[in-house]
Design a protein. Structure first.
Length: 103
């Protein structure tokens, strides 16, 4: 049916076709890997910025709470009832504001 030369020619064409398909698949996989690495690096950069922002926020809260505690404890140490009542009023208003926002 087929002579040896025809079979060899068909084999060479199929090997070349598989080689071309393999090269194309390799290129597609390389591009996909590059895009994946790029996306992961952007994600890690975004997470680093978020962690830095959270750390800055926690530092601000820590400083603010320290200032409020100093403001409220100073009158108690000095024995000033009016100042202590003022600090207690600030605390009550703060807690009341938090409860009002929860609704």
């Amino acid at each position: 049916m087929f002579d040896q030369e025809t079979v060899t020619l068909i084999r060479d064409i199929l090997v070349s076709a598989y080689l071309v398909v393999g090269i194309l698949v390799l290129l597609v996989l390389l591009v996909a890997a590059f895009l994946l690495v790029k996306a992961v690096r952007r994600l890690l950069g975004s997470m680093t910025k978020t962690v830095d922002t959270v750390n800055d926020t926690l530092d601000n809260v820590n400083r603010a709470s320290g200032a409020v505690l100093n403001y409220m404890s100073s009158p108690a140490a000095e024995g000033s009832t009016a100042s202590l009542a003022s600090g207690l009023g600030i605390l009550i208003n703060f807690v009341g504001g938090l409860r009002g926002k929860a609704k």
